[in-house]
Ligand binder design. Structure first.
Ligand SMILES: O=C[C@H](O)[C@H](O)[C@H](O)COP(=O)(O)O
Length: 234
């Protein structure tokens, strides 16, 4: 059996082919993106010229440590490519992201990129999104009231489930890089991701949610049988 970490690294290695000299590249967050940053750093060491925008403090620290040239998004403006992991890859390359809490910056960076390539092991591919809890980043003012409104919004989009505040390893509220808190929506299945995305976005106090729709143009999935590259029509 191939270890999940090996599959993540294979997907990351395969995505390197989309990076060419002179590109401005968004760097994702998470264990799969971590492999990509490591492999990209080797290319940079060998002479590849890129300038990268990290999607979290964690990825920023890794990039700096490995000598990957970095800039802020405002310094580079537009990005040529963004390579990031995902918690689920659904039909049409709709994604659930934010398992690591970096969804806000990840979505801003993905939107600023001409192309978003998702890298993952093939177990992340699902027929219907929702098995993985959907992260929702909210401000901490009126969190109870925001959660109540979110429950209504979730029901209105045909979903059933429970909202749970995210905790860190010490049991404290998880705080994002931008100082917000997270609720995880345990829904099981999301029959209409677009309807849910817009219902959630309408709730005051919501900063961002982990549904990425119409952003990824390719998904590089690694399984025991090899690499499969999906586009939105696959
Ligand atoms: O906030 C974290 C990100 O959205 C990650 O890209 C996502 O959780 C996938 O992470 P991993 O590659 O560790 O499964």
């Amino acid at each position: 059996m191939v270890h999940a970490e090996d599959l993540k690294r294979r997907a990351a290695a395969a995505a390197l082919e989309y990076v060419t000299d002179g590109m401005r590249v968004g760097l994702g967050t998470g264990s799969t993106a971590r492999h990509f940053v490591e492999l990209l750093a080797e290319k940079v060491y060998a002479g590849l010229k890129v300038i990268c925008v990290p999607t979290s403090e964690q990825t920023l620290a890794q990039a700096v440590e490995l000598g990957v040239p970095i800039a802020t998004l405002d310094e580079v403006g537009e990005l040529d490519l963004c390579v990031d992991g995902a918690d689920e890859v659904g039909p049409g390359l709709a994604l659930v992201k934010g398992g690591g809490g970096a969804l806000l910056r990840e979505k801003i960076v993905a939107r600023a990129a001409k192309e978003m390539v998702v890298i993952a092991d093939s177990t992340k591919k699902v027929g219907v999104l929702g098995r993985f809890p959907l992260p929702i980043e909210i401000v901490d003012f009126g969190a109870v009231s925001i959660a109540r409104s979110l429950e209504e919004a979730i029901r209105s989009a045909g979903c059933v489930g429970e909202l749970r505040p995210r905790r860190d390893r010490d049991g404290h509220p998880f705080i994002t890089d931008h100082g917000h808190v997270l609720l995880d929506a345990h829904l099981g299945r999301i029959p209409d991701p677009a309807a849910l995305a817009s219902a959630i976005s309408e709730v005051p106090g919501v900063v961002e949610h982990g549904l990425f729709i119409g952003l990824a143009s390719r998904a590089v999935l690694a399984g025991a049988e090899g690499i499969v590259v999906l586009d939105r029509q696959s």
